[in-house]
Design a protein around this ligand. Structure first.
Ligand code: G3P
Ligand code: MG
Length: 242
């Protein structure tokens, strides 16, 4: 049986400022077998790590990330908002994330800005890293584009709520391997239906024993967590260490 896949959410978002080198390192140091990042585009087309549309919450600047060039973004402080000891922690681009993660864990690249899909694929192709990553997105049209551009790349559809379009049917139609649902959606029946269609199910975001036990009972194949070290210890106590 494939082991339950622990995915560090935005790196290890409980331990260090999300989507930074410190956060990715914290996930890798905790031996997370997979690490998720959120990506968007800078004004000059660089693929950068950021969860929100704007810089306001997690950096020293304000406004949409799309309005700033990479040479401006790379000088921002993306750590102080989290804790004083992370002052000066820089924003990363996708190249930087690949440098850190690709030989040590699977990288889940969640595309936040649907327009970033071609830039993401270009970086992966230049780096020969297509097989080291899974591309995911709430913007399903970006996943459909990724599939048209790249027949072999691993895709996962992220699902926030009950959508107009059936996620199982959509994921099958683009040859995705997985669904990444909000954990509230991942009931045993929902997971079973995805499994019957050949999809694995990896809910987000699962922190703590009660949430873990719920997704285990539902039959999930893994989960996103803000603290991969803690989740791996909980799994070990249940005899489910990878
Ligand atoms: O990719 C799973 C999860 O990260 C989606 O939610 O908002 O944390 O990016 P969010
Ligand atoms: Mg995400």
């Amino acid at each position: 049986m494939t082991p339950f896949l622990v995915v560090g959410h935005r790196g290890a978002a409980a331990r260090a400022p999300e989507n930074t080198r410190a956060s990715l390192k914290a996930a890798l140091d905790a031996a997370a077998p997979a690490v998720e990042i959120d990506v968007a585009l800078s004004a000059d087309g660089r693929v950068v790590l950021l969860h929100d549309r704007t810089l306001d919450r997690t950096t020293s600047a304000r406004g949409p990330v799309r309005r700033k060039r990479w040479d401006e973004l790379r000088r921002l402080d993306a750590g102080s908002w989290f804790a004083a000891r992370f002052a000066g922690e820089a924003m990363l681009d996708l190249d930087g994330a690949l440098d850190l993660v690709r030989d040590r864990a699977r990288l889940v690249v969640e595309i936040k800005d649907a327009l970033a899909v071609d830039a993401v694929l270009a970086v992966l192709s230049r780096r020969g890293a297509e097989r080291a990553v899974t591309i995911s997105s709430f913007a399903w049209e970006a996943l459909a584009v990724a599939r048209r551009r790249h027949p072999g790349i691993d895709l996962a559809a992220t699902v926030k709520r009950l959508e107009r379009r059936d996620p199982v049917a959509f994921a099958v139609s683009i040859g995705a391997s997985a669904l990444h649902p909000n954990r509230a959606l991942a009931t045993p029946a929902w997971v079973e239906r995805a499994h019957e269609a050949g999809l694995s199910v990896i809910p987000y975001t699962v922190n703590g024993a009660a949430e873990l036990d719920r997704v285990l009972r539902a039959g999930a194949n893994g989960c996103f967590t803000d603290d991969p070290g803690a989740l791996l210890r909980l799994l070990a106590r249940r005899g489910l260490a990878p």
